[in-house]
Structures are given as C-alpha cells and as structure tokens.
Design a binder for this molecule. Sequence first.
Ligand SMILES: [Fe+2]
Length: 212
Amino acid sequence: MESKNYKIKRSFISNEEVKLITEWVDTIDFKSRESNYYITEFSKELKGKSHMFDISDTPLTNYITTFQSASEVHKEELPDFLKSIIKRVADEMGLPTDNSFVQVVDMNKGGKINAHYDVSKEGYINYKCNISVVAEDYNFYIDKDVFEVKATDMYCFEASLYKHWTDAFSSRRIFLSIGFLTPYSLLGRTDEDPNVRLSKRIEKYFMKKGEK
Ligand SMILES: [Fe+2]
C-alpha cells in the first residue's frame, strides 16, 4: 500500500535483527535530563524510555537531537547490526545520510504517542523511517490517513510536515525511529509549499515556547 504521505515496507527487518535490537535496548544507559516544553508535551504519555543517538554529529543533527530528546544524547558508535539496518533504509529509500540520527524507544503497556509534528530546521524536512521491532499490530495515524503496522514493518514519512500519533498500546512496544534531515528539493518540496510553511511556523512556535 503506497500513498502520497507515507511509504511502507513490510517485514523490513529479520527476526534475528528483532532479537539483537531487543537484547541491546536493555543494555543502553539512560541518563535523564531536564526536558524542554516540546519534549515534555510529546512524551507525557510515552510510559517508557527513549534513547537518542546522534549518528552524523553535525551542527544540524546536534540541534535536532538535543531538542527532541528527553534524555542525554548518545554520541557513541552504534552496534554493527544497527548501522547495517540504517544503511539498508537509506539505500532503499534513497535518503541522504549526512544528517542522520536514530531514536530507540521502549514503551510499556498503556503508552501512546500524542499527536505532534517533529521539529526541523529551515531548508530541511525531518524525514523519518520508523521500524516496529516489538509490538502488537497497531494503527498509525498521519494527517488524514491511517494504516496498520505489524512488527518488523517499516514506514517512512515527512515527520515535520504531517501531524502523526498512535492509540495506547496494550503491551510492550519497541521501535526505531531513524531520522534523515533532507533538503526540501530532494523530496520534491519547495519553500512555498503550504506544508513547508506550516512546518516553519511550528519551528518558530517551539523556539519561542521551549528554549531557554
Ligand atoms: Fe514524530
């Protein structure tokens, strides 16, 4: 199933990769820090842990990962199996990896993702490819669309341009959210695009409200 607002690749990761990710999640060191307004609103009902890894470590990814993370941003090398998954995503979707990052989220029963836009920076779309690692089948809502996600599926979308959310989960959920900060033109967008203009207004709103 393909549509304008999102792309789905069913069974994108193997069961072996599910096992590697699940074992690895429990070993990640979690260092909480004071959250800004944006992340507090976003993660209110997450009921779990979110680990942000800044892969590219550029001024742009430093800015976005710090802004979107409820905990200290990790800069250490990712395990090989995760690097190879991310490379596969970029190759298959034709995405640039020069400004990329990954968030590993482990949610408990009852957690949900409230409706939100991801933050971006002028000139770039925060393009996300999310992979469901462990979870019951769930509905993912994006703008006016909704689709079903099964464990091991990947879905990609322009997270700074469309509002997205989930219902509450009735069991543990682990997912990877891989971010590729992508110039407008590579995604066929321009400065004048109504969604791009909205995204700029959102960026300004959170800057005013959230940054100290
Ligand atoms: Fe998001």
